[in-house]
Structure formats: C-alpha cells, structure tokens
Write a protein that binds this ligand. Structure first.
Ligand code: URA
Length: 433
C-alpha cells in the first residue's frame, strides 16, 4: 500500500477501506508518513468528508493506536464528559465534582487549550503544586477513594489522535465533523468509561457554527458510541457568546468555584446543572428530574464545593484558595473596555474574544507557548443587554502591557451593537439521546 494512492483516492471522493485507514493512522503515528503527505490527506478529508463507516474505522484505528484503559477496578458506573471546545467553558471543573457528590464515578482525562479554545488542564494548573500526571494505579485508587480524578491525558492513550490533532490544528483542518467525531470518540473509547455525556458547542466560538451541523456531529458521535456499546448523550449548547463572565485560567477557576458555591453567573450555572444532571441520570439510571434535584442539593449544601477542594488536595494542589479566593494571583494590568455607543448588544464574535484572551497571555498559539494563569477577560455585557456609551463592557487582565491595545481593538470589533431590542440567547438547543 502507498500513501500517495490513498491521498489520490480521497481527493477523487472515493471511500477508503478499513485497511487503508489503518495504514495511514499507523504509518503517521510511527513517523513513517511525513507531515506533508498527512496534511494533504487531511485536507482531502476536510473537503470531501468521510462516510459513517470510514468515520467509525478512523475512530477505532486511533483508539487502538495506544493503550485502552481498563477501569473495571473502579466500582460503579464511570461516566465521562467532553466538550467540543469553547471560550469560557469551565464546566468540567463544576460538573465533575457535582456528579461525584451524587455518586457517579468520575475518572476523567482532559486536554490543554490550543488557539481560541481553553483546556481543563491549564485551568487546573492554576493551583500550584498540582500533579496531573499520576500513574494509572494512583488514578484508579483516587477514584475508588474519593469518587473523582481529573488528570491530563496520558501519552499512551490514542497517540494517533494526539499527533493528528496537532497537525490539524496548524493546517486548517480541525472543523470537519468526521475528524472531530473520531478525535473525541477515539480518546473516550481509549479512556475506558462506560457512558459519555458530550457538550457539543454551537456558534461563533465553536467549531460547529450551526445547530444543524452540531446535530449531525452529535449523531455521528452517538452512533460511534452505540457501535461500541457505550451510551452517549449529547447536549447542543450555545457558544455564540462566552459561557459565564470570566475567560482565562485563574479567572475561570474562580468562577467555577462561585458556581459550586451557588453564586455564579446564571448561564454557566444553568448549563452546568443540565450537564451534571444528564451525567447523574445516565450514571445512576434515574429519572432526569430526580437527577436535577440531587444536583441542586449538592450545590446548596456545599458538598460539591468541598468535593472540588478534596480533589485538588488529593492531586497535590494548593487549597488555601478554597477559604479565600482573593489569594489567587492577579494580573498587573486591569483595563476596562468601554462601549463605543448607546444601544443593545446584538452579537459577540466569540472566537475573537478567545483570540484576544490568548494574545493577553491566557492561551497558546503553539503547543510550546507558556501561559499566564492570571491573564484573561471578564465579559460584563453580553448579547441582548442594553449599554450606554462609556459603560464597561469587558475588563482585560494581563501582565503584558504591549498586548492591551491589540486586545482592546479585537474585543471592540467582536461586539456588534444595534438600536433594536435583541432576544436573550437560548442556552441549550437540544439534547440528543
Ligand atoms: N476536541 C477534540 O478533542 N478533537 C477535535 O477534533 C476537536 C475538539
């Protein structure tokens, strides 16, 4: 078999066989296929798509490119949660402790942020000293002891996806449904959970820009799950504006802690409760309404907040912030961005807010970049809200004085104002079971 024949076959819109898919996945992972040929193939897939059978074969090939975790030594149903990526999306930090408090086992491996989209691991590293790379034995023991572990994805799980995703990220080939579905599901299958709740983001800060596209992605991932005997529930949620107020690592951790205390912004609280209730409902096999009651109760009585503290402590992170959030480090510069006119906020180009946050130091342009944990943006005015000229719409946080002007311009260009009343955005479009 030759890679050039596979590239030409996909370029000419033919369906690839399982053997051909295994050939390029294995060949690229082992370094036998160079980046330039893999890039050409990915671009051909990006434009010509894949059939469902090709997508399943790609998923399984990437899932089996490394270890498949055996979580059988963890008692109870293990439910994993994954978001397709967004701006200000700190739901894992909220949902995982809530679900664990309700009795679902959370054994979760998460990723880092790249480009405009943030990552859970960067957020958790806001707690100094935290070790997100325990060995598998410690990971399993932690889940058995306290019901929850959120750690970094190990190098041995779906290494093909890791390598291919990094290449997609720099070749403009991320936003393809088959490639996203196979990337996410290969990791989930390798991570060994019984059931999966997926948060499929839709809108200007997501890879899927329309509800129809997101629904199709959700269906592909549910079908892959069904094919391998894993129940999958997908929530289609709004990413036409950042979720919550805070974007940036420490800022997002603080907001997650506020939601767990029951004092967080309403949009992120609502989305988190719905995600958590779906996890609890499928994890415990109980009615959705009952799951909602349980979720609300563990927020109200403070046990979800305490579970988060317990997880950070167990993973070696500094916990003084749970007693006083003001102890978190802050950026040297805090600069308000002001509304340039009276009116209503019509829309926010959310990917641009993510880009501004990255320029301020909160994210990475390339995998090697360092991040500034204190940097980010607080979005005080969101879609449908009325503003007057000079009102603060956002506050920029950064230690890089040189980035302030550019970030301010990006933020102002991301906002669209109107004189007409604007409807409040819908938070959850659909739940695909
Ligand atoms: N998240 C992933 O893990 N993979 C993708 O391809 C897109 C989002």
């Amino acid at each position: 078999m030759r890679i050039i024949d596979i590239i030409e076959k996909k370029r000419d819109k033919f369906e690839l066989t399982k053997e051909e898919i295994d050939f390029f996945v294995q060949g690229y992972t082992k370094g036998e296929i160079p980046d330039y040929q893999m890039s050409a193939l990915l671009m051909a897939i990006y434009f010509n798509g894949m059939t469902n059978e090709e997508t399943v074969n790609l998923t399984m090939s990437m899932a089996h490119s490394g270890d498949i975790l055996d979580l059988n030594r963890i008692d109870g149903v293990k439910v994993d949660k994954h978001s397709t990526g967004g701006v200000g999306d700190k739901t894992t930090l909220i949902v995982a402790p809530i679900a664990a408090c309700c009795g679902v086992k959370i054994a979760k491996m998460s990723g880092r942020g790249l480009g405009f989209s943030g990552g859970t691991i960067d957020k958790l590293e806001s707690f100094e000293g935290i070790n997100l790379r325990p060995d598998v034995e410690d990971f399993i023991k932690q889940v058995n002891d306290i019901g929850i572990a959120v750690i970094a994805q190990t190098g041995d799980l779906a290494p093909a996806d890791k390598k291919i995703y990094a290449l997609r990220d720099i070749t403009g080939t991320v936003a393809n449904k088959s490639l996203i579905a196979s990337s996410i599901m290969s990791k989930k299958i390798a991570a060994g959970c019984d059931k999966i709740v997926l948060d499929v983001k839709v809108g200007s800060g997501a890879f899927m820009r329309t509800i129809d596209e997101a629904r199709e992605l959700a269906k592909i991932m549910s079908d892959i799950g069904k094919g391998v005997g894993r129940e999958v529930v997908c929530l289609l949620t709004n990413m036409d504006e950042p979720l919550g107020i805070n974007v940036g690592n420490i800022l997002e951790v603080k907001e997650a802690m506020e939601v767990l205390k029951g004092i967080g912004p309403s949009d992120i609280t609502e989305v988190s409760i719905q995600l958590a209730a779906n996890i609890v409902s499928i994890g415990l096999g109980i009615e959705y309404d009952k799951a909602i009651d349980m979720v609300e109760k563990v927020i109200e009585d403070g046990s979800a907040f305490e579970k988060f503290r317990q997880m950070i402590e167990r993973e070696g992170g500094e916990t003084k912030y749970f007693d006083d959030m003001d102890l978190f480090a802050e950026s040297k510069y805090k600069v308000n961005v002001l509304a340039p006119r009276d009116g209503y906020i019509k829309s926010i180009k959310t990917n641009e807010i993510g880009r501004a946050s990255m320029i301020l130091g909160a994210g990475r342009e390339t995998k090697e970049d360092d991040i500034d944990f204190t940097a980010g943006i607080q979005i005080f005015k969101k879609t449908s809200q009325q503003v007057q000229e000079g009102d603060t719409i956002c506050t920029i946080h950064t230690n890089n004085e040189d980035a302030i002007k550019q970030a301010t311009e990006i933020i102002l260009n991301a906002y669209e104002f109107t004189d007409e009343l604007v409807d409040k955005p819908v938070l959850i479009y659909d739940i695909v079971r």
